[in-house]
Design a protein around this ligand. Structure first.
Ligand code: PLP
Length: 446
């Protein structure tokens, strides 16, 4: 499959094999998010954003496996590196009980968890974050992030934002404020305060904003923590957790004024700031961390998805000293996943993928802005974290379906927004092609 000439080609979506496979899968699979019957055939040709499903349909994947495959399909730097290794078993070890010397696996240079942590702290030194706890998923990265924050501060209160999504384990779930389906009826950790997330791009910080974060008295965060009038004493706050760009909540970009105020208040009141970078991190916005785009200095970063493992990153003094306070059988033990994380970080650095994400993201936004798209109320994004918002949920859902029929995989987020997450090495031609397919899907759906 040649990336420079391939175009999506769909006979029927889902095709008969996909339908059969999905039926078989669902015989034993618990109901979950399953958006559509796209069944990828890993044995068939795939490159960059292009892949083939089990009916031979060629699709363009602008979801990058919900951000979990940021280099797309069969990226040469990953595939060639993996081929070098004579792999052994077990490749996932009980990581917090033993260590593994990744360098010796198969007598080759397969980087393991140690190398991954070394690389990671090289990317967070600007924030003084030098210590990592690896885990399996984003939710676990958040769960451990809030645990170390409770431990370190002794505080009982948490601060989260309208529209937030932090995962589906009970602790992380308690901080979600995006969709009722995630939280309804489940018990919550106590004392979580919710503050508006300011995505009013005109917000100045000196006048009330459209989101309600800035008020005549200053900001809602400032008022909540006000020593005279506030409901919460700053010393009782364990952490404030924010997605630098909200993901599930609808690809909402914060105003600069909001981020500045948030960081200033946390700084003044000595509150631990956790940046949940699980969706926006690892190069997606055109910087390695989305925090790098804003005037904030997180005390804890949570990562996963594009990193291929979960990671909670903070400074050594924020982590508990006591042994076994945090641990997991598979924590820090998945050699292949850690190696994939290292290859991904290396590719981002060596192949100039941050600059590519910035340039291609701008191209996508300009093209989308210049294309008449009926029913679209907003086009926004940063780097390759791109969103098209529609006037209604039903139109958005129809466009996701129509795009699939055109051979373009997209995903919804928020109430009526469609998100595009192309691979970080997406080309100019691929962006042109995707916008054409999306425009034709919008025509069909509208
Ligand atoms: C910002 C954010 N935090 C946490 C999570 C949870 O990650 P996981 O699904 O790997 O548990 C997600 C997943 O989409 C996310 O977008």
């Amino acid at each position: 499959m040649n990336r420079e000439t391939t175009t999506p080609s769909v006979t029927s979506m889902p095709g008969p094999n996909a339908e059969r496979w999905a039926d078989r899968h669902h015989e034993h699979a618990a109901p979950s998010t399953y958006v559509y019957d796209f069944v990828w055939d890993p044995a068939a040709p795939a490159t960059g954003p292009f892949c083939t499903d089990i009916d031979g349909n060629v699709l363009m994947d602008f979801t990058s496996h919900v951000g979990g495959a940021p280099l797309g399909y069969n990226h040469p730097s990953v595939i060639e590196r993996l081929r070098e290794f004579d792999l052994v078993d077990p490749l996932t070890i009980a990581g917090q009980d033993f260590y593994v010397s990744g360098q010796n696996v198969g007598e080759s240079g397969l980087p393991g968890p140690t190398e991954l942590m070394e690389r990671l702290v090289g990317t967070t030194s600007q924030y003084g974050l030098d210590t990592v706890f690896l885990s399996n998923s984003g939710a676990e990265a958040v769960e451990n992030g809030i645990k170390i924050a409770y431990d370190h501060t002794g505080g009982e209160y948490a601060i989260t934002f309208d529209g937030a999504f932090h995962g589906r384990t009970l602790g992380a779930l308690s901080l979600n404020r995006s969709k009722a389906v995630h939280r309804r009826g489940y018990p919550s950790i106590s004392d979580v305060h919710t503050i508006p997330f300011c995505d009013d791009t005109n917000a100045s910080g000196t006048e009330p904003c459209g989101c309600g974060y800035f008020t005549a008295e200053g900001s809602q965060l400032r008022s909540l923590l006000d020593p005279d009038r506030g409901a919460v004493g700053a010393s009782d706050v364990a952490y404030c957790i924010v997605e630098p760009i909200q993901g599930e909540g609808g690809y909402r970009l914060p105003s600069d004024a909001f981020m500045r105020d948030l960081a200033t208040v946390c700084d003044e009141r000595d509150i631990l700031l956790i940046a949940d970078e699980i969706q926006a991190g690892i190069g997606r916005t055109g910087e390695l961390w989305a925090s790098d785009q804003f005037p904030i200095e997180p005390d804890v970063i949570t990562s996963a998805k594009g990193l291929r493992v979960g990671a909670t990153i903070a400074s050594e003094d924020v982590f508990p000293e006591e042994k076994a306070r945090i641990s997991s059988t598979w924590g820090a033990g998945a050699i292949i996943d850690s190696a994939l994380g290292v290859f991904t970080l290396e590719a981002i650095e060596n192949e100039g993928l941050l600059a590519n994400a910035t340039a291609r993201g701008r191209q996508a936004i300009e093209l989308l802005d210049d294309t008449p798209l009926e029913g679209v109320v907003d086009v926004r994004g940063l780097g390759l974290m791109l969103a098209v918002e529609f006037e209604s949920k039903s139109l958005r859902d129809d466009v996701v379906d129509a795009a699939l029929a055109e051979g373009l995989l997209t995903l919804g987020c928020g109430q009526k927004t469609l998100r595009l997450l192309p691979p970080l090495d997406v080309t100019e031609r691929e962006i042109d092609l995707a916008v054409e397919l999306l425009a034709s899907a919008v025509d069909r759906a509208a």
